[in-house]
Design a protein around this ligand. Sequence first.
Ligand SMILES: *[C@@H]1O[C@H](CO)[C@@H](O)[C@H](O)[C@H]1NC(C)=O
Ligand SMILES: *[C@@H]1O[C@H](CO)[C@@H](O)[C@H](O)[C@H]1NC(C)=O
Ligand SMILES: *[C@@H]1O[C@H](CO)[C@@H](O)[C@H](O)[C@H]1NC(C)=O
Ligand SMILES: *[C@@H]1O[C@H](CO)[C@@H](O)[C@H](O)[C@H]1NC(C)=O
Ligand SMILES: *[C@@H]1O[C@H](CO)[C@@H](O)[C@H](O)[C@H]1NC(C)=O
Ligand SMILES: *[C@@H]1O[C@H](CO)[C@@H](O)[C@H](O)[C@H]1NC(C)=O
Ligand SMILES: *[C@@H]1O[C@H](CO)[C@@H](O)[C@H](O)[C@H]1NC(C)=O
Ligand SMILES: *[C@@H]1O[C@H](CO)[C@@H](O)[C@H](O)[C@H]1NC(C)=O
Length: 333
Amino acid sequence: MSFKPSTVVGLLACILAAVCVVPAQSNNTYRTVGEALQAKNLTVLLAAVQAAGIVVEPSNAFTILAPTNFAFAHRLNKTLNITPADLLKPESRETLQTVLGYHIIPSGAVKSSQLRDCLTVATALQDPNNTAANLTVHVRKGKVDFEGPTNDARVITADVSAGESVIHILDDVLLPPGVGAKAAAPSFPSLAAALQGANLTILAAAVQASGITLSPAANYTILAPSDYAFVTRLNASLGIAPMDLLQPKNAATLRAVLSYHVIPGAAVLSSQLTDGQKVPTALRGAEPLVVRLRCNKIDFEGATNDARVQRADISAGSNIVVHVVDDVLLPQL
Ligand SMILES: *[C@@H]1O[C@H](CO)[C@@H](O)[C@H](O)[C@H]1NC(C)=O
Ligand SMILES: *[C@@H]1O[C@H](CO)[C@@H](O)[C@H](O)[C@H]1NC(C)=O
Ligand SMILES: *[C@@H]1O[C@H](CO)[C@@H](O)[C@H](O)[C@H]1NC(C)=O
Ligand SMILES: *[C@@H]1O[C@H](CO)[C@@H](O)[C@H](O)[C@H]1NC(C)=O
Ligand SMILES: *[C@@H]1O[C@H](CO)[C@@H](O)[C@H](O)[C@H]1NC(C)=O
Ligand SMILES: *[C@@H]1O[C@H](CO)[C@@H](O)[C@H](O)[C@H]1NC(C)=O
Ligand SMILES: *[C@@H]1O[C@H](CO)[C@@H](O)[C@H](O)[C@H]1NC(C)=O
Ligand SMILES: *[C@@H]1O[C@H](CO)[C@@H](O)[C@H](O)[C@H]1NC(C)=O
C-alpha cells in the first residue's frame, strides 16, 4: 500500500507558531503542542514537526503519539540506518512526513482512559484513495501498546495535554506501512545459543542451575520469559529475586516453573497455534496451558496467570522453537 504524506500536511498545515521554552508544569498541561514537546524533551519529534512544516494550533484537537529522543535514535538506526539528523534532510522528506502522519490521530484528543483493547484507530496517514493507515490498540495489565504492521510501541507517559490536543509518549517509533520491515525470526544452532542470542540471560542461568536437559531426538516448544518478566513476576508473586530462585533450597520450585514452560512433543510455530488450543506441558500433573488468539496477539493462559508472546518462532536447532513471552507462567506450587 502506498500512502501520500502530503495529506498530513494538508490536514494540519497552519501557520508556524513560535515555539518558546517554558518551564515544565507538574500537572502535564501545556498551552501548545510545541511547548509540551519542548518541556518533555521530545526534541527530535519537535524538530521533525518543524522540518515538515506542521503546526498543531492550540484550538485543534488531535491525539499525538510522541516517541522519545532515545526511541527515534534507536529505531532510525536499527531499521533505516539513519540518524535523527538524517531524517530532517530534504531527501528524507517523504519518510519524515509518512512517519509523522502515522503518529497523529486526527479524530480528536483521545485520553488513555478511552483506549480499549483491540480498538482500531485511524491515523492522519492516508493512501491515494484516502484510506487511513490504522493502528491497533492493546491494553494489557495496565499498559497500553499501539501496534503497526511492523512493530509495536508502548505508552510510557499518557495524557500530556497540549491545548485541545493530547500527547502520549511512546518508547518506540511506529513504522508506517511500507517503511522498514519486520526482522525475520532468527535461527540458532542450539537452545543455549538461542537464549544467549535473544538476551534471555536469566532463563539461561535457570536452565543451567536446574540441570534439566532436553532430548536431542525429541521436538519441543519453549516459552521463554524475558529477563524483565522474571524480575517482575518473581518479585510480585514469590517475593524473591531471580538469583534466589537459583538457590539449591528452591530447586523444586525452579524445576516446576521451568517444566511449565516446556511443551514437549512438537516444535510449534506461532502460525500453527489456534484459539482455545490446549497444550500439555512437561510439568507432571499440571493442567495444559490454553492458547488465546486476540487481535494479532498470542497469549498462553496458565493456572495462575497468563503470558503474551513478544517474539515468536526463534528456532534453536532443528527440534526446538522458542517463543519469548512477557511473563513467567506460575504453576500451582
Ligand atoms: C495546570 O497548570 C496550568 C498552568 O499553570 C493551569 O492553567 C491549569 O488549570 C492546571 N490544571 C490543573 C488540572 O491543575
Ligand atoms: C533530552 O534528550 C537528549 C537527546 O536525546 C538527551 O541527551 C538529554 O539527556 C535529554 N534531557 C533530559 C532532561 O532528559
Ligand atoms: C547505528 O548504530 C551503530 C552501533 O551503535 C553505529 O556503529 C552506526 O554508526 C549507527 N548508524 C548510523 C547511521 O548512525
Ligand atoms: C484505490 O482504489 C482502487 C479502486 O477501488 C483500487 O484499484 C486501488 O488498488 C486502490 N489503491 C490503493 C493504493 O489502495
Ligand atoms: C482503517 O480502518 C478503517 C475503519 O475500520 C477501514 O475502513 C480502513 O480500510 C482501514 N485502513 C486500512 C489501510 O486497512
Ligand atoms: C541484546 O542486547 C544487546 C545489548 O544490550 C542489544 O544490542 C541487542 O539488540 C539485544 N538483542 C535482542 C535480540 O534483544
Ligand atoms: C520432530 O519434528 C519433525 C518435523 O515436524 C518430524 O519430522 C519428526 O518426526 C519429529 N520427531 C519426533 C521424535 O517426534
Ligand atoms: C521487589 O520490588 C520492590 C519494589 O521495587 C523492591 O523494593 C524489593 O526489594 C523487591 N524485592 C526483591 C526480593 O527483589
